[in-house]
Write a new protein. Structure first.
Length: 93
């Protein structure tokens, strides 16, 4: 990958991250209801997810998961487990 292509990729990733959307609305809602600390925590979580996904896309890991039925199945079950944990934590509060 040429250096200029990498710069364009990083610039596009940053611009897409900064655009307002559902993520920003979620951060605002959490900040209003739970306070500044919760808003900052949500922001760090969202940015971490974006960074991981961007790195995976850049290195072609997304293509591997797309072409691997076993890898995709594992990813789906990990996602389900994570959502179940979040649901129990939400119900607990």
């Amino acid at each position: 990958m040429e250096f200029s292509n990498l710069i364009y990729f990083i610039t596009a990733a940053i611009m897409l991250t900064l655009l307002p959307g559902p993520d920003m609305l979620f951060v605002i809602a959490q900040s209003i209801t739970l306070g500044k600390k919760a808003g900052i925590t949500v922001t760090f979580g969202l940015c971490t997810g974006l960074i991981v996904h961007t790195i995976a896309a850049a290195f072609g890991i997304s293509l591997i998961i797309y072409n691997s039925e076993i890898g995709f199945t594992i990813l789906k079950y990990l996602g389900v487990a994570y959502l179940i944990i979040l649901a129990f934590m939400a119900l607990k509060e």
